[in-house]
Design a protein. Structure first.
Lengths: 271, 246
């Protein structure tokens, strides 16, 4: 469990995070949302100790992040930054995934087993000997994810995973995240991609100006237009259609994604 | 984590040091740099460090300067110990090359902290050097903070993948930096190409005659500052030559 208690953070002048209280359970799927500069990335950097609280504390399982090393915390919490493909340096895809496994000191048999497993999970098995730099954009993004999943961390934090990705890659990403959630990994995505979140329907933590302004089910938060707009976000596009239908009493609740909307229409058609 | 991106960044203040013409400040650091590199005396290096500290206090950016000094302290110590240990000289002889680094850093930091990159490029333009040189130089300066931020980002990303920078003996510690160096070099090359293309599509013409947006001019303050500093360096040189202090 990641426990954030009364967390305040500053680089020296203004507080970037103010009074953050958050509990992320094992196996939970959660999206931290907010406008640019809301403090999303600053918050998740506390989960693996890259940043230490100015006030309050962050506890990961039994480790207090202000005392534990980044190394020990990273073993539990994998943090995948925005545009992670920028950080490649190895000659082959295999070596790139192997890097973290070597760092964490796993023996060779386990490393081979894990690399094969994550490359298969991310549809990269045929690319073992390729240079990471020659992969396509989507493949690179998946490789970065493979690198983070390699050492089997309990918590996976993805910072803006959909940035710069096309619809096809987003669908693949959706499937991968669903697999991780099924495996009872805690998946934390940091994003302002509202359609992506509406599709996956995780628990949503909404941040604005360094504070948590809402925390709850995706359906409740993403259908609350006033709340979203005051946090610098726009509601998902399906809301434009489902909101008038809900107001007229045709459907029971405002629907946030297209699949649910189609399902609701089918229900209506059947009567 | 080190906060690298704040180093050398221009600090906007309203002080005498900030008002000086960038050319004046540049000539002064050139004079000092030549002296620092040639001077065999560590006492003079200490005097220069003290002088630039006093100027930094007057320019209200002493704390920023200390931050860069702290960053280079490991290098300072390595050079100090290497000189002391390998050449089996006494500590006074080892102090000169190590303090040389420190004094160069203070002098240059003072310049960058008090001179806005824009003023500096204007001054360079006026110097009469070809635009290819002045433009690359001022662009390089402007990209120092970006570069530092980039290094920071890459470091954070690799540390999150379990990289331990301070593990092992000196050789393996150097090797630990490979996963940071390679991405940083690749990103810098990519960015330089992008910047060049961006300048070209926005109509940069290297041959055209240019007129600066901001006019800079030397005032009496500049001449006094220049004269004073030249005097100090001449005095220091005289001290080194005639008194032969260590």
């Amino acid at each position: 469990m990641i426990l954030v208690e009364d967390l305040w953070f500053t680089y020296g002048e203004d507080f970037i995070l103010k009074n953050i209280n958050l509990e992320i359970g094992k196996g939970e799927f959660i999206a931290i949302m907010g406008d640019n500069g809301a403090g999303k990335t600053t918050l998740v950097k506390h989960f693996n100790g890259l940043l230490k609280p100015s006030k309050g504390k962050v506890i990961v399982d039994d480790l207090d992040t202000s005392k534990a090393s980044i190394y020990d915390l990273s073993r539990k919490v994998a943090l995948v930054f925005q545009y992670p493909e920028k950080m490649f340096f190895s000659e082959t895809v295999w070596d790139e995934v192997n890097f973290a496994l070597k760092n964490f000191g796993f023996d060779e048999d386990y490393r081979i087993h894990r690399i094969n497993k994550v490359l298969a999970l991310l549809w990269l098995d045929g690319l073992k000997d390729r240079s990471p730099f020659t992969l396509s954009g989507g493949e690179q993004r998946r490789l970065a994810l493979a690198c983070a999943l390699a050492w089997d961390p309990d918590y996976i934090v993805l910072d803006e995973p959909t940035a710069g990705q096309d619809k096809y890659q987003r669908e693949i990403l959706t499937k991968i995240i669903q697999v991780l959630v099924e495996q009872e990994k805690s998946v934390i995505i940091v994003t302002h991609d509202i359609e992506f979140v509406a599709e996956l329907k995780p628990r949503v933590v909404l941040m604005y100006n360094g504070e948590i302004v809402a925390d709850g089910a995706a359906e409740d938060i993403l259908s609350n237009e006033k709340l979203l707009r005051s946090s610098g976000l726009y509601p998902p596009s399906v809301i434009d259609v489902s909101r008038p239908l809900f107001d007229k009493g045709i459907i029971k609740k405002p629907i946030i994604n297209i699949h649910d909307f189609i399902a609701a229409l089918e229900m209506l058609a059947r009567g | 984590m080190l906060k690298l991106d704040a180093l050398f960044r221009y600090v906007e203040r309203d002080t005498l040091m900030h008002k000086l013409d960038p050319r004046t400040k540049f000539i002064v650091i050139l004079i000092y740099s030549i002296f620092i590199i040639l001077s065999p005396s560590y006492t003079t290096q200490i005097i220069i460090i003290l002088l630039s500290s006093i100027l930094a206090i007057s320019a209200k950016c002493f704390r920023n300067m200390m931050r860069s000094v702290l960053t280079v302290t490991p290098f300072f110590l390595i050079i100090l110990f290497a000189n002391y240990y390998f050449t089996r000289l006494d500590i006074t002889a080892a102090l000169t090359p190590s303090l040389r680094i420190l004094s160069l850093v203070t002098v240059f930091t003072l310049f960058f902290l008090t001179t806005s990159p824009d003023d500096f490029s204007t001054a360079l333009d006026k110097s009469g050097l070809p635009l290819t040189i002045t433009l690359s130089f001022s662009l390089a300066l402007k990209f120092i903070p970006t570069m530092m931020q980039q290094i920071n980002e890459v470091m954070e990303a690799q540390v999150a993948r379990g990289l331990k920078l301070d593990k092992g003996n000196i050789l393996s510690r150097i090797r630990n930096y490979i996963p940071i160096l390679i991405p940083v070099i690749i990103l810098s090359i990519k960015r330089s190409i992008e910047v060049a293309e961006a300048l070209e599509v926005r109509g940069l013409d290297l041959k055209a005659k240019r007129k600066p947006i901001v006019e800079t001019s030397m005032s009496w303050r500049d001449y006094i500052y220049l004269a004073l500093n030249t005097l100090i360096v001449v005095l220091l040189t005289a001290i080194v030559i005639y008194l032969a202090i260590p």
